[in-house]
Write a protein that binds this ligand. Sequence first.
Ligand code: ATP
Ligand code: MG
Length: 350
Amino acid sequence: MGISIADLCVTYGGSTRVIDGLTLDIAPGSFFTLLGPSGCGKTTLLRTIAGFIPIASGSMSFSGKDVTKLAAHERNIGMVFQDYALFPNRTVFENVAYGLRARKMDGASIKRKVSQALERVGLEPFAGRLPAALSGGQRQRVALARAMVIQPQVLLMDEPLSNLDAKLRVQVRETIAELQREAGITTVFVTHDQEEALALSDQIAVMNKGRIEQLGTPRHIYREPATAYVADFIGAANLIPVHSPSVGAGTVEVSLDQHAIQAQAPAAIRGSAILVARPEDIGLDRAGAAGLPGRIRSQQYLGVKTTYRVEFGGGRAVNVDVHGDRRAEFDVGMDVSLAFDPVKTRVLAS
Ligand SMILES: Nc1ncnc2c1ncn2[C@@H]1O[C@H](COP(=O)(O)OP(=O)(O)OP(=O)(O)O)[C@@H](O)[C@H]1O
Ligand SMILES: [Mg+2]
């Protein structure tokens, strides 16, 4: 089921527009992620889709049907929250059965559906336990089973992985991805974890102050950030202010430390600009090679790669990633040369 949102404003009754004229189309069956920093309005938008928060203006439709005035329980939505929100004094079975009992389903069908749902998340043996006797990852799987068992038209998830440790996050993340693909259910997922967003999503909307700053596939958002805000939020980007005497769109040349750097400008820029280069898109060579001269100030060994902090003119610095055996060539204090990838380096308006 597709979701269309047009010109949505949400105010919580005050004068501040927490959601500020937001328009969005979510394709049926897609995994759609809302990504952005704390306070940008992710939870508000999700709860508005669920029907928990009244809107100030705008409209919303599911599969072309206007739901703007429908109450939450009329929207057939499954929700998973950051804090699990399980009933503490009901068993795992009864937690999952809750939505089916509310729909007055017969006992035998409930038993069958709950067992299937629990089996699907690998928790059938735990059906008789109380939530307190489960780990965080298991609790979130119960919450997932509870949301899915009612066969909702839309699945909404608000930072469902953020209370789990790193390894569990990846495991439950895979469960979520499998369930979503199998059920083909339209899913809106909220996170401020960019890796999670990149790994799971068909589409990502990067939000900024109640608006969508950029919308696209993970690859598109990562490789072609439209603004410095998006570049900074997704992945580790070096953002270097540069003075450009106005450049047109396309391949451009900007000056960094009296050194010409070639880069791509997605749009024309007048005045000050920002050079955006990811650590993996800057080449590192021994001093003397063509490129921008610098000196390694520090390094972080990260297993698969080492990130070098390289200082250049005027006390500025960039992070550069080097993989594999080439790392043996470099050390802190060494003079080096930086080569910016002319295709992947971008120049954006600041
Ligand atoms: N019930 C409320 N009444 C008034 N203002 C609220 C209410 N809930 C949230 N806000 C405000 O709305 C803005 C957006 O909040 P929201 O919870 O949607 O952010 P978020 O993007 O989910 O942040 P986080 O990543 O911290 O969860 C914030 O400025 C917040 O203070
Ligand atoms: Mg939130």
